[in-house]
Design a protein around this ligand. Structure first.
Ligand code: BG6
Length: 526
């Protein structure tokens, strides 16, 4: 039997439609809504995961009417839908779109919102359940939450639930994250607060847990006795595009590390939770974050590397350096690349470095986690021409390739003893086909069901900022003198190679061929 026959990966497999509710989208005229959120919610509609009693109220400063908003969304969905638009389901969906214009800082907006919600709840019978989604610029987060509180819009009553989704960035540093948590905590209970990290919406990221905890054979080797080190690479080809204004205040470290990359690290390094309940999973993730050795200030420049891209070439095209991008200062010191070595101080991982790197305008897009095992204890093939045996390597490909491969040595056919590296390779698409998704579908659906497992708890966010804060401080005190220090289209600054080289290791080339394009056996000298 073809293994594909055994798996049902239709949206319906997720379960039935969520219960009745109205979603309020703050920032409705923004990019995130048209590119990601609307296409994701519409995919849920197509997969029959939205309830009949459903509505969306878009809120922003733009002076649209509901009719104009529906027209805009109808145009945008044609451009941004992932997996096509069909007329009937879009008509069903568009009838449930409403719009309210106003200033997020104006208390009157929230009075009007209460009226609009009352009307919408009557028309669409959404039964008073409300999901507020803050897809706004982060400066509005605390204010909007406070206004929701003052207008009593977020107070749960009887069976009616009220939840608030907060986009990233969640704070700018440790102090601001703590302050934001406190401001939110004055209005909302933790169980009403859904801090989103879209990496957790990626199937391949969720699969890290399934891979580790639904299989008996990997867990015994998943520790310092067998693992030499772990590498996490999140490489992007894109530059900052039109987001220079935001990125100038953030930079690569804030933008990617305490959120996306730490999600990858915690899922890879955590202990088995006692259950898959949100609290149990979050407890284990938080323990990993708390176990990461804070980098001492005097070690920051040794254990971290920062970079900024200069001009270069990508895909045969010349591209400008970061300082030449729109809304970026001509002498900007903002890093667009970061690499660092972290150590997790616990029994499982003591002595196993976790190397991470992420950057914009790198040679190709690739997100992967590499588990590099120890080399065999000695070379048994001494009397042959084999001089060195490379370590086994497990690679979890998150994107754009989605799958897992294990590299091991095999005998190259022939009379002489020669070894060659081969891969055992699992590709998602081979087994499950392609499921068109923006990555937000699962997260929005879970939020409607009230399952916070794939969201971040307040203490996780603070623990993550605690790890990166010393780096932010030292980098601020000692501005870089060599920016730009890597060319667009390269693999980043040479210091990142040095970071591993001086510990006798090297980054895995994320584009290294797998079994589909086998490389010549290279590990044995003949
Ligand atoms: C966002 C960052 O959170 O994640 C962006 O702000 C980055 O700078 C993006 O490009 C990467 O997401 P993905 O899903 O394309 O890997």
């Amino acid at each position: 039997m073809d293994p594909r026959d055994r798996v049902a990966v239709t949206p319906e497999a997720a379960g039935g439609p969520a219960g009745p509710c109205a979603m309020v989208l703050f920032g409705a005229a923004g990019d995130l809504i048209k590119r990601k959120l609307m296409p994701a919610i519409y995919n849920l509609a197509k997969g029959r995961l939205l309830p009949e009693q459903f509505a969306i109220v878009g809120v922003s400063i733009e002076p649209f009417t509901t009719e104009e908003f529906r027209q805009r969304m109808t145009q945008d969905i044609r451009q941004y839908a992932v997996g096509g638009v069909d007329v009937a389901s879009w008509e069903w969906f568009a009838k449930r779109l409403y719009y309210l214009s106003g200033d997020f800082k104006d208390p009157q907006l929230y009075e009007k919102l209460a009226d609009t919600l009352a009307q919408v709840e009557k028309e669409q019978n959404t039964q008073g359940n409300r999901l507020f989604y803050l897809a706004t610029s982060p400066e509005f987060f605390p204010g909007v939450v406070q206004q929701l509180g003052a207008a009593r819009l977020a107070r749960e009553e009887g069976q009616q639930w009220r939840r608030v989704v907060i986009e990233k960035p969640f704070g700018h540093d440790l102090a601001s994250a703590v302050a934001l948590n406190r401001a939110i905590g004055e209005v909302l209970e933790e169980k009403q607060t859904y801090r989103i990290d879209h990496y957790l919406g990626k199937e391949t990221v969720q699969n890290i847990l399934a891979f580790r905890f639904a299989n008996g054979i990997f867990e015994p080797v998943w520790n310092r006795r067998y693992v030499d080190h772990v590498q996490v690479t999140v490489a992007e080809e894109l530059g900052v595009e039109l987001r220079g204004g935001y990125y100038e205040t953030a930079g690569a470290l804030r933008d990617m590390v305490p959120n996306h990359i730490f999600q990858l690290i915690t899922l890879t390094a955590m202990e088995p939770p006692i259950s898959f309940d949100a609290e149990a999973v979050h407890d284990e993730q938080t323990k990993v974050l708390r176990a990461i050795q804070p980098i001492r200030p005097e070690r920051v420049l040794d254990q971290t590397v920062r970079g900024q891209y200069g001009e270069g070439a990508l895909g045969g095209q010349r591209v400008p350096g970061y300082r030449g991008e729109p809304r970026v200062a001509a002498d900007s010191q903002t890093p667009t690349y970061v690499a660092m070595a972290l150590h997790i101080d616990n029994w499982r991982w003591a002595g196993v470095p976790f190397y991470l790197r992420t950057g914009k305008r790198l040679q190709s897009r690739a997100t992967q986690i590499v588990i590099r095992f120890h080399c065999p204890p000695f070379v048994l093939f001494r009397k042959t021409s084999v001089e060195q045996i490379p370590p086994n390597e497990l690679v979890i490909n998150i994107q754009p390739d989605e799958g897992i491969s294990l590299r091991f040595e095999a005998k190259v056919p022939g009379p002489a003893v020669r070894l060659g590296a081969v891969n055992m390779d699992f590709q998602y698409a081979d087994y499950f086909g392609a499921t068109p998704s923006t990555g937000y579908e699962t997260l929005i659906y879970d939020c409607m069901l009230g399952d916070p497992t794939l969201f971040q708890r307040a203490d996780m966010v603070e623990a993550a900022w605690t790890v990166v804060q010393p780096v932010l401080d030292v980098w601020k005190a000692l501005p870089p003198r060599d920016f730009p220090n890597y060319a667009a289209g390269s693999w980043g600054p040479s210091q990142a190679d040095e970071l591993l080289r001086r510990e006798g290791r090297e980054w895995r080339d994320p584009t290294r061929p797998g079994p589909r394009h086998p490389a010549a056996p290279a590990t044995a000298k003949s």
